[in-house]
Design a binder for this molecule. Structure first.
Ligand code: CO
Ligand code: CO
Ligand code: CO
Length: 316
């Protein structure tokens, strides 16, 4: 399909990336993204925060600063109490305030199924756009949030999760990638994306496609939420993780030491996941230390870019 375009489009639909980027002047480009989904937690106020944090994340993943947002609402107005919608929108607005983002409008429709999210516009210098591509051999990979939100949400749906773990995963999904993006901005980062529906291995596969290099992932260093291993071991793995495995497995080479449960976690679809940052080896330790000092204590160095096998991910 041929998409409408012009010479100022920097990142468009012709490639997979976190957001579109369009050059306005030589010093300014706008980042545009949209995301909305059905509730993933019971509490409407927290759902609003999570949906907003998730939508804002794609701007951070491009290296940008979110500036304005619009609400997208689908709500069963005849069947549901409007107070629920107010709490959702309040959650979203509180996240926007935390991100210093201005709410400029929105649109709502009557729908059988409740959905909420944002369209977000951000700013970036046209020369500083961080796409998923541009990996360099020898680079290190840093992940800023632990994995496991899909598996824990499956446990929550099965009424098997403790209140403590529900609190941990809810706060994690609602936390902005802002701080990580701010720290990253003062480093010469090569590439960045955020971990969402395709899981860590799916998003890593997108990064290596067409890159001319591969990745070695050290699964023992991947940060994982508490309880995730035991829930996954009980089979509480969302359908999306199996779909991700089916789709991305041709690009993955698992070492026999990586057990099935850990593999499932690496394919687990994330909601409002962390940033996956690719940076040269010489800068990687300093960036990781800096992230941890600024409170992103889950950040970890999880792998490296290798010359061969091309476009494959070795998981050891
Ligand atoms: Co993204
Ligand atoms: Co998105
Ligand atoms: Co990016």
């Amino acid at each position: 399909m041929e998409f409408p375009t012009d010479e100022n489009l920097i990142v468009g639909l012709d490639r997979t990336d976190d957001a579109g980027v369009y050059k306005v002047t030589d010093d300014l480009a706008i980042i545009q993204t949209v995301d909305f989904f059905t509730p993933i937690v019971d509490d409407p106020y927290w759902f609003g925060q999570i949906a907003a944090a998730n939508a804002l994340s794609d701007v951070y993943a491009m290296g940008g600063i979110p500036k304005t947002a619009m609400n997208l609402v689908a709500f069963p107005i005849k069947e549901m109490d409007i107070a629920i919608l107010r709490q959702i929108i309040q959650g979203g607005m509180d996240k926007m305030r935390e991100a210093d983002v201005v709410l400029v409008g929105g649109h709502s429709v009557d729908d059988k199924e409740l959905k909420y999210g944002l369209s977000v516009t951000g700013f970036i210098h046209p020369d500083r756009v961080l796409t998923k591509k541009n990996l360099k051999i020898g680079d290190r990979l840093i992940l800023t949030k632990p994995l496991g939100t899909g598996i824990i949400n499956t446990a929550i749906k099965g009424a098997l999760a403790s209140p403590e773990i529900i609190g941990i995963v809810t706060r994690l999904m609602a936390s902005l990638n802002r701080k990580a993006a701010e720290v990253m901005a003062s480093y010469p980062v090569h590439a960045c994306t955020d971990i969402t529906g395709f899981g860590l291995l799916g998003h890593l596969t997108e990064m290596v496609q067409g890159s001319g290099c591969g990745v070695r992932l050290n699964s023992k260093h991947v940060p994982v939420l508490p309880e995730t291993i035991s829930y996954a071991g009980m089979g509480l793995v969302p359908a999306g993780a199996y779909r991700n495995r089916e789709f991305f497995e041709p690009a993955i080479r698992f070492d026999p030491s990586v057990d099935r449960v850990l593999q499932d976690i690496l394919f687990d679809p994330q909601t409002s996941g962390g940033l996956l940052i690719c940076i040269s080896q010489s800068e990687a330790d300093q960036l990781l230390e800096d992230l941890q000092e600024k409170g992103i204590t889950d950040a970890a160095m999880i792998g490296e870019v290798i010359s061969e096998p091309v476009e494959k991910i070795i998981v050891k």
